[in-house]
Design a protein around this ligand. Structure first.
Ligand code: SOE
Length: 401
């Protein structure tokens, strides 16, 4: 488990001294609050869309206070870091205010709605020297931390072919609704920004190579949906009959071919309308010596493929993983760690830097710079789908042919 408290002498801050505030208490915001408690962080309070809603959620979550505004959070000296889990359209302004107030920040993905906005946040974060993170939590399944080191140590040989999918069915029906279907709150990319960026951040993290060019096809199958009156949480099964018809243009599915900086190739398919796939992320990395593969529905198991010996399944086991895998693990082998645990593991890595007062030289968590790269990648996917040709990712080297 990542040691968080620094022991470099008197006056050193300790995790128990650090205070956090969380903006948003929907499905994911609630996971933030619960996992902060799990790692021993004081959640000073939450902020919701209205003070009344905030009071109700603070009571439900057992959190000390509901702040009336972001300004109130930023004025609270006991808050060192703010978690932004609000809808996408609020991320940039909230993160900007947080950094400008001298507080560290973790922002849910996607970082922004455009790469122009995310570029500004990267510059501000660098200027302030504060800890800045994007919650690509999937990196922090312990076996993913293990695989990154395994590949860096040559365990698969040269990574050559990276494939997989991220499939869900929570938006299969035209009566399914989320603010992610409203481009004014979500931005112009939906499946690609919401789940595609998770898969792309994860695989580029595992391989240690950026995607530098894409060839994509994005499709919308459900162009008319019915928005219920009132708020709806992700994966909610509540169906209102009082609805408003909405025209939808954002992608339900995407097929993306990939070129990596080291010459590796790959492909990924994304969908939020695949019946029976609740939150199914799969990847396979085929190297010159061996292969590895993982399925989010069996997150404690890593498949290892061999040519001249029996294939293997490594069960998450701190005693059998590389150091980074051990640091991310919170439970012994056989006690399965799941989706929520990845938030705690990611936050342990971020809060080690908060206690230190500054970002590490090479943080293991995704920073605003990584979030900005994902914005550029997402925009390249959209442009490729529009033009019907390969598109290079800005700021990246040309892909070896
Ligand atoms: C909905 O697609 C969602 O909640 C995403 O927004 C999360 O990032 C993902 O981890 C689970 O599914």
């Amino acid at each position: 488990m990542t040691p968080i408290d620094e022991h470099d002498g008197p006056g050193t801050r300790r995790l128990a001294d650090v205070g956090a505030a969380v903006i948003g208490t929907g499905f994911i915001g609630t996971v933030h609050v619960e996992q902060l408690r799990r790692i021993g962080v004081q959640v000073r309070g939450i902020l919701e869309i209205t003070p009344e809603h905030g009071e109700a959620k603070a009571k439900a979550l057992g959190v000390a206070r509901a702040y009336p505004s972001l300004e109130a959070i930023l004025a609270d000296p006991s808050v060192d870091i703010v978690h932004v889990t609000s809808p996408n359209h609020l991320h940039v302004e909230q993160a900007r205010q947080i950094l400008s107030a001298g507080k560290h920040v973790i922002c849910e993905k996607p970082l922004a709605m455009t790469s122009a906005d995310s570029a500004g946040l990267v510059a501000l974060a660098a200027e302030t020297g504060l800890v800045n993170a994007v919650n690509f939590n999937i990196r922090f399944y312990p076996l993913h931390q293990h695989v990154r080191e395994l590949i860096a140590d040559g365990g698969l040989g040269d990574p050559r072919f990276v494939t997989g999918h991220y499939l869900q069915d929570w938006l299969l029906y035209d009566t399914d609704w989320s603010w992610r279907l409203d481009t004014s709150k979500n931005g112009s990319l939906r499946a690609v920004a919401d789940i595609g960026m998770h898969w792309l951040d994860l695989t580029t993290f595992l391989v240690g190579q950026p995607v530098v060019a894409v060839m994509a096809d994005m499709t919308n199958f459900i162009s008319t949906r019915f928005e219920p009156k009132g708020a709806v949480e992700a994966f909610s099964t509540v169906r209102s009959t009082d609805t408003v018809e909405r025209k939808i243009t954002t992608e339900d599915v995407a097929s993306i071919m990939l070129r990596f900086a080291n010459g590796a190739r790959g492909s990924v398919v994304l969908s939020q309308i695949s019946a029976g796939r609740k939150n199914s992320l799969q990847w396979e990395i085929d190297g010159s010596v061996a292969a590895a593969a993982w399925d989010s529905e069996t997150p404690d198991h890593l498949w290892l493929g061999h040519r001249d010996q029996a294939n293997e399944v490594l069960m998450r086991n701190p005693g059998l993983m590389k150091p980074a895998g051990r640091l991310a693990a919170a439970l012994p082998a056989g006690h399965v760690e799941g989706f929520g645990d990845t938030f705690g593991a990611a936050f342990r890595a971020v809060y080690a830097d908060v206690v230190a007062g500054r970002p590490a030289e090479r943080p293991p968590y995704a920073t605003f710079a990584d979030g900005h790269y994902e914005m550029l990648l997402g925009e390249a996917v959209a442009e490729s789908s529009r033009l019907g040709r390969w598109v290079d990712v800005p700021g990246q080297p040309k892909a070896p042919r």
